[in-house]
Structure formats: structure tokens, C-alpha cells
Ligand binder design. Structure first.
Ligand code: PSV
Ligand code: MN
Length: 395
């Protein structure tokens, strides 16, 4: 294949690269020590959508925004979907939240008390209705359920309670939306977590039904876990639903994607590219994988941080496209360890930025979206326009 043709193919892969932004990524967030407010923070869900649309205007790669309920509850969700459309945006996954209410102290869908389980289930069913009203492609569920001490509750009983709830949620979820099940190995509980890893999430998805699939949040694994292998296995089983993209140094740090371990990001994308899957193909059809961002920038400015994330994702997707698949396969067959590893290294070492700048120019986008945004004065105008009212946040 000639270099020109090759570049056209990569441009096509970039065109279909749709990243989904988290509404909560624009709000004031923090750690358990402090929430640091930021100038210009959105005060309403509508302003979060405006911010997501700004990121899309500069990058051309983020036409979707995920909502988190109740943080983004509004009186009329179909009107919100129309507002998003007026900004050239679509509403993405609807995230449930059964981890912040007083009644969920001992868990939600796994709680020992049937009445508490029922109220958590009602919340998830309300989210199913929001999926219907907004035309969202998925309901995404992460549970904060777990126990802090050995003996606190019965593992098998908790597993059965969660499985039963997911079967009911799946049955109520409007077609063709997917049920996305997210795992995390610890936190907020420290001894045992009900959906602790991809194996558990896969099992629950298989028990829930055809449209249930697994979410891989890059920050939700123990150190050293081979995330790209998990991705490959879920892909092969047809149960990889989505990513929550971010990066981490210690725990679930929610840092800018690729800021700590860019090679891992490349290796994850390499699995997708190798399986012939374009990132960001959203929708509920079999094989569709959603590329969501789950970041909460605590001290750094929100929009620039998200723009940097999108640019980093694009760079690593381009590098994954540059892997010579035929050569890799031949070298693997020949048992050439260093040769096969070298194919990946060559692609990873390629500077993807010139190609990306050409792709952006051809689509009337700024060659460097971050520089363009910072030079535009939008950050200041946004801060000036949003001085009254209370910034949306999780506190
Ligand atoms: C949990 O840590 C998580 O990754 C889930 O995706 C939640 O919905 C999100 O973070 C909340 O910020
Ligand atoms: Mn997440």
C-alpha cells in the first residue's frame, strides 16, 4: 500500500473516532479532602453540554456527552436531547448513581435489606426511562457495593441479589440500548467489592442478557494487570461494551488519558485495531464499542485537560493504525519474539502529530486544538459569563 493510500485509511479511522465526554468532567470535583472550585464551572446540565460542545468544536472528535443521574436530572429529558442536538451533540450513556445516598451505606443492589435493594432498582429503572426519553445508546451501572470486614455479609447471597437485579434492569431497558456493567477492584469498600473484576462483570452480563456488556475503566485495576489482554478476551467474547478512559499512578486517579502510561493506551488500542474495530463506533449493535472518558480534574483546568485527553487518544489510535498487521502475524508464526515486539515498537515510536495536523486541516479544525482553545480567549469569556449561581459539583 502506498504512503498516500495508507494516510487516507488512517484519516478514515480518525473520522470514525467518536469520543464520549463525561458531563461530570466539567463540574467541580475533588478528593475526600477538598473540592477546589474553578472559574467558569457550569451551573446546570445545559452548561455542561455547552462545554462538551466547545471541546467538540476544537477537536471534531467528541459528538457525545454522557449524563450522570441524579447529578444531571432535568425536568424534561427529551428537551435536553434537543438542546444537545442544537449544539451538534448527542446524549451518550446514562450513568446510574446508587453510591451517594444515605440509604446505601451497606450497598445498593447487593444490600441485605430487600427494601433498599428495591429503591436502588427503582433508580436504575428511572435511568432506563431516561435512556428511552433521550435516545441514549446505553445505561451504564457502576456499584459502590461491597463490605469492609470479613463476615459482614454473605458473598454468594450478594452475588445472587446483584445478578437478579441486572436481569430485571436488562428486561426493562428500551431496545436497542446496551446495559454496560462496570467493575472496580476496591473502593469505597475495602475488604470485598461485589463487582470486583472483569470476570465478575462478564458473568453478570451473561446472566443479564444479550445486550449486557462490560465497561473497562482503565483506572479500575490492581497495579501490573494486563488490561490489553482483558480487552482482547472481552472483544473475542463479544462482550466489550465501552471504555472509561483516564490514567492512574496509584489508584482510581482519573487523570488525563495517556498522561502516566501512554504505552498501555497504545497496547489497548492495538487490540481494537487488530480485531478490526474502530474506537468510538457507538450504538447498541453487536460489536459496537463506546469510547467514554471518565476523568475528574481536581486542580487543573477542565476544558484544556479534556482537549489534551482527546488529542492524546487520537495520537495513540493513529499509532495503533500504523502497526503492520501482516508482518506482525508472520513474525508471530515464525516465533520471532524480538521481531514481533519490534513491529509494535516501530508503530509506537512513530510521531503521529504531523498526520493528525493534516487530518485536522483537511476538516477545517485547528492543527493544535489545545493551543487554539487557549489562544481564543474562550476560557476567560466562559469565566466572566458564569459568575452568578452555584457551580455544579458532587459535594
Ligand atoms: C467509579 O469510580 C466510576 O469510575 C464510575 O464510572 C462512576 O460512574 C464514576 O466513576 C463517577 O465519577
Ligand atoms: Mn468509570
Amino acid at each position: 500500500m502506498s504512503a498516500t493510500l495508507d494516510e487516507a485509511r488512517v484519516h478514515g479511522a480518525l473520522d470514525s473516532f467518536n469520543v464520549e465526554l463525561p458531563s461530570w468532567g466539567f463540574s467541580n470535583t475533588g478528593t475526600r479532602f477538598r473540592v477546589f472550585p474553578q472559574p467558569g464551572v457550569p451551573r446546570t446540565t445545559e452548561e455542561k453540554i455547552e462545554d462538551a460542545a466547545t471541546v467538540h468544536r476544537y477537536t471534531g472528535a467528541t459528538p457525545l456527552v454522557s449524563l450522570h443521574i441524579p447529578w444531571d436530572r432535568v425536568a424534561d429529558f427529551s428537551q435536553l436531547a434537543a438542546l444537545a442536538a442544537s449544539h451538534g451533540m448527542r446524549l451518550g450513556a446514562i450513568n446510574s448513581n446508587t453510591f451517594q445516598d444515605e440509604r446505601y451505606r451497606l450497598g445498593s443492589l447487593a444490600h441485605p435489606d430487600a427494601a433498599v435493594r428495591e429503591s436502588a432498582l427503582r433508580h436504575c429503572l428511572e435511568c432506563c426511562e431516561i435512556v428511552g426519553a433521550t435516545g441514549a445508546h446505553a445505561l451504564k451501572v457502576w456499584l459502590g457495593d461491597g463490605t469492609n470486614y470479613p463476615g459482614q455479609d454473605d458473598f454468594r447471597a450478594r452475588k445472587r441479589r446483584v445478578s437478579e437485579a441486572f436481569q430485571r434492569i436488562h428486561a426493562e431497558l428500551p431496545e436497542p440500548a446496551s446495559l454496560l456493567i462496570e467493575y472496580k477492584f476496591y473502593e469505597p469498600a475495602f475488604y470485598q467489592t461485589d463487582i470486583q473484576d472483569w470476570g465478575m462483570a462478564l458473568l453478570l452480563a451473561q446472566q443479564a442478557g444479550e445486550r449486557a456488556r462490560v465497561v473497562v475503566d482503565l483506572g479500575h485495576h490492581a497495579h501490573g494487570v494486563n488490561i490489553e489482554q482483558i480487552v482482547a478476551i472481552l472483544l473475542d467474547e463479544g462482550r466489550l461494551g465501552a471504555f472509561d478512559l483516564n490514567d492512574r499512578k496509584y489508584g482510581d486517579d482519573d487523570l488525563i488519558a495517556g498522561s502516566i502510561n501512554p504505552y498501555q493506551l497504545f497496547l489497548v488500542f492495538n487490540e481494537l485495531a487488530g480485531a478490526g474495530r474502530e474506537p468510538g463506533r457507538t450504538g447498541a449493535g453487536a460489536g459496537a464499542v463506546s469510547y467514554m472518558v471518565d476523568q475528574s480534574h481536581n486542580v487543573e483546568p477542565k476544558l484544556p485537560a479534556l482537549i489534551r485527553t482527546v488529542m492524546t487518544l487520537q495520537e495513540h489510535w493513529v499509532k495503533a493504525q500504523m502497526v503492520d498487521r501482516q508482518k506482525l502475524c508472520d513474525l508471530q508464526q515464525a516465533g520471532d519474539i524480538l521481531g514481533a515486539n519490534g513491529v509494535l515498537k516501530d508503530a509506537y515510536d512513530t510521531d503521529a502529530r504531523p498526520l493528525l495536523a493534516r487530518w485536522r486541516e483537511a476538516r477545517d479544525l485547528p492543527p493544535d486544538p489545545l493551543v487554539a482553545y487557549l489562544d481564543s480567549g474562550e476560557e476567560q469569556r466562559r469565566a466572566d459569563a458564569r459568575q452568578d449561581g452555584t457551580g455544579a459539583g458532587w459535594a
